[in-house]
Design a protein around this ligand. Structure first.
Ligand SMILES: [Ca+2]
Length: 197
C-alpha cells in the first residue's frame, strides 16, 4: 500500500473529524421489532452525540441490540427518558461484546457487565452509574470506553413503551503537563535497579 503524503493524511483526518457518521434514532413503534435472539442482536450504528432508542414490548418480547463505541469516543450516559406501562418493573442489562452470552433463564449475573430493574421511578434519570454498581455483576466505572456492547431489555409481562438516550462524547485529550509527568514517572520506574536488597 502506498504511504499517504502528509497532505492526504490531513485531508482524511479532516473528513473523519467532520463526522460522516450519524447518531442512531431507532423507534420500535415505526422501525422493526428489535431482535429477540441474544446471539444475533440488532446492530445499531452509534456516533458522537445523542443516540436515541424508543422501545416497545409486549408479552414474551425480549429485545437484544448492540452497538460499537467508536475509537476516540466513550459512552458517558445511558439516560432513561420515558416509561409507560401498567407493570412498573422492567429489566435492563449489558455485556461487552457483540452477543449477550447469558440466557434469559438460569442467567448468571456475574457474567453481566451490569443490570438493573427500571420503571416509572427511574424515568427521567441517569442509569449508567446504577448499571456500573449493580451486584452481583462484573461492574464498571463510567464512562464505557471504545468497543462493542450488547444490551438486553425486556418487559415480558404486559405491553410497555420506554425510551433511552445513549450519549457518546469524544475522549478528552490529556493535558500536556500530565502527560509529561506520567512519562517521567514511567521512566523513573524503568530505571529503578532490580534485585538490590
Ligand atoms: Ca420490542
Amino acid at each position: 500500500m502506498t504511504p499517504l503524503t502528509p497532505a492526504a493524511a490531513a485531508a482524511l483526518l479532516c473528513l473523519a473529524g467532520a463526522g460522516s457518521a450519524q447518531a442512531f434514532t431507532y423507534d420500535e413503534t415505526t422501525d422493526p421489532d428489535l431482535s429477540g435472539d441474544r446471539l444475533a442482536p440488532t446492530v445499531l450504528t452509534a456516533a458522537g452525540g445523542l443516540n436515541t432508542l424508543l422501545m416497545r414490548s409486549t408479552t414474551g418480547d425480549r429485545d437484544y441490540f448492540s452497538f460499537a463505541v467508536p475509537a476516540g469516543w466513550e459512552l458517558v450516559s445511558i439516560f432513561h427518558q420515558t416509561y409507560v406501562s401498567a407493570d412498573n418493573l422492567s429489566f435492563f442489562a449489558l455485556q461487552a461484546g457483540t452477543t449477550l452470552t447469558e440466557p434469559p433463564t438460569g442467567t448468571n449475573p456475574n457474567n453481566l457487565l451490569g443490570w438493573m430493574h427500571f420503571g416509572t421511578s427511574t424515568a427521567n434519570s441517569e442509569l449508567i452509574d446504577d448499571l456500573g454498581t449493580s451486584t452481583p455483576a462484573i461492574g464498571f466505572t463510567p464512562p464505557l470506553s471504545a468497543g462493542d456492547y450488547t444490551f438486553w431489555v425486556q418487559q415480558t409481562g404486559v405491553s410497555a413503551t420506554y425510551s433511552f438516550d445513549f450519549v457518546l462524547t469524544a475522549v478528552p485529550e490529556p493535558a500536556p503537563l500530565a502527560l509529561m509527568l506520567v512519562g517521567a514517572g514511567v521512566l523513573g520506574l524503568a530505571r529503578r535497579p532490580h534485585g538490590r536488597g
